[in-house]
Design a protein around this ligand. Sequence first.
Ligand code: SF4
Ligand code: SF4
Length: 173
Amino acid sequence: MIVDPEFKRQIYETLLHEKVNYCYQCDRCSFNCPVHAETPAYDPRQNILLAITGINPVSAENRLAIFGCTVCDTCDEVCPNDIPLTHIFSILKNMAAAKNICPDSFKGQGKAVFDNGTAIPMNPAISRRRTAMGLPEKYTLPVDEVKAVMKATGFDKLLSQLTIEAKKKPEEG
Ligand code: SF4
Ligand code: SF4
């Protein structure tokens, strides 16, 4: 792994270095991370150690390195030094997405939100459960407003650049 100047610049420009340098590798973040408990290869403490040095842990071969995080925020809560781990991980995820190295599932969910205003569009199973709970069978979402926000933030352009690799290489399946 090598130092990623762009990642280091973003970490320092957002002033995160003032906090991230206080990490003394106590491991409370990893010890309490539910993803790390099930998948030890995903290690938030290790990611913070790399962030201090400016090394970007994400690669096309190792997307789990950062996309394994479910943003449950447990690590932010337990860090004794108030280090904004999930903020740092968001920077990494955005940088990886810009290079088209995020998992297909993330790309699909981003497209679903853009098209439907929600990551899980209405379907018969949801309608059945809503009816069983006494809710209206369907709900309406402000899809146009969601699209406007996504366009204003440039997310629509990012989506158009992402390729779903499982579809790109059907002959390899
Ligand atoms: S809990 Fe905070 S101080 Fe401890 S290793 Fe994790 S980031 Fe560093
Ligand atoms: S926010 Fe991510 S890294 Fe932190 S505890 Fe939750 S899954 Fe683990």
